[in-house]
Design a protein around this ligand. Structure first.
Ligand SMILES: Cc1cc2nc3c(=O)[nH]c(=O)nc-3n(C[C@H](O)[C@H](O)[C@H](O)COP(=O)(O)O)c2cc1C
Length: 230
């Protein structure tokens, strides 16, 4: 596949300055809240002594073939929380660019209802049952993503990032999102789960469900998770 880089030229040019490309007033706006969401207590699972980072890196690979078994959603929420807490502590930018947010689309869930969960470094909640999600195949450009037990989609506040440092703010958000997503993906693998990072998440399929306006809450990178195929 070939892409025309000229459409990205204005973004590349803007890396030279930190001037906002929008109105620079993002602190007066924020992502829409979920007032009816049910708070969920999340416990971080800690490191898995069975497989440390070195062993995980040697063994890991992306996979699009999965077992049918559901995955314990408490484990997934805990792994997401760890990745987001580390992002928040390592970068120290939540006050400037807003916190990263994850939406977990738990399709086959053990221990909690299937549906949509929202997680940040500080809070977590159940925002919608699976019946509100519609056809999970619409969530991705590849149908195999919907064969997973679930999909994790990482969102950022690009409006705040732009007001903070223009295109550089966008660049920092993209790096943070990549690091946090890989942190989650590697932790899944070290706990014996399979999955793949992917860029082909179709945010418009759940735009209303997760109140994504494409600026203050915009999807950047995603991953599937599941038990590995036998
Ligand atoms: C930014 C990014 C986007 C990706 N998007 C997709 C995708 O849309 N579909 C897919 O099947 N895999 C996707 N992948 C997974 C790659 O295909 C996979 O990581 C690559 O083939 C290397 O294999 P490995 O992860 O097993 O080392 C993506 C990976 C990255 C880093």
């Amino acid at each position: 596949m070939r892409s025309d880089p000229s459409v990205l030229q204005s973004l590349l040019d803007a890396f030279a300055t930190r001037a906002p490309t929008g109105d620079g007033r993002a602190e007066h706006r924020s992502p829409k809240p979920f007032p009816a969401a049910d708070p969920v207590a999340v416990e971080e699972p800690g490191e898995d002594p069975a497989r440390d980072l070195h062993a995980t890196l040697l063994a890991r690979r992306s996979s699009l073939r999965y077992a049918d078994a559901p995955v314990r959603t408490d484990l997934v929420l805990g792994l997401v929380r760890t990745a987001l807490r580390r992002d928040s502590e390592d970068w120290g930018l939540d006050g400037d660019t807003g916190p990263l947010e994850v939406f977990v689309f738990a399709l086959r869930s053990e221990g909690r209802p299937a549906g949509v969960y929202r997680v940040t470094a500080r809070e977590a909640s159940f925002i919608a049952p699976a019946s509100d999600l519609g056809d999970p195949e619409l969530l991705g450009v590849q149908r195999e993503f919907a064969d997973a037990a679930g999909i994790v989609a990482l969102y950022a506040d690009l409006d705040r990032a732009d007001s903070w440092a223009g295109a550089h703010g966008y660049r920092v958000c993209a790096v943070r999102a990549s690091m946090a997503l890989y942190d989650f993906h590697l932790r899944c693998q070290s706990h014996g789960l399979a999955g793949t990072p992917f860029g082909g998440f179709i945010g418009s399929a759940v735009r209303n469900l997760v109140q994504s306006d494409g600026a203050a809450r915009h999807p950047l990178l995603s991953a599937t998770y599941a038990h590995p195929a036998p």
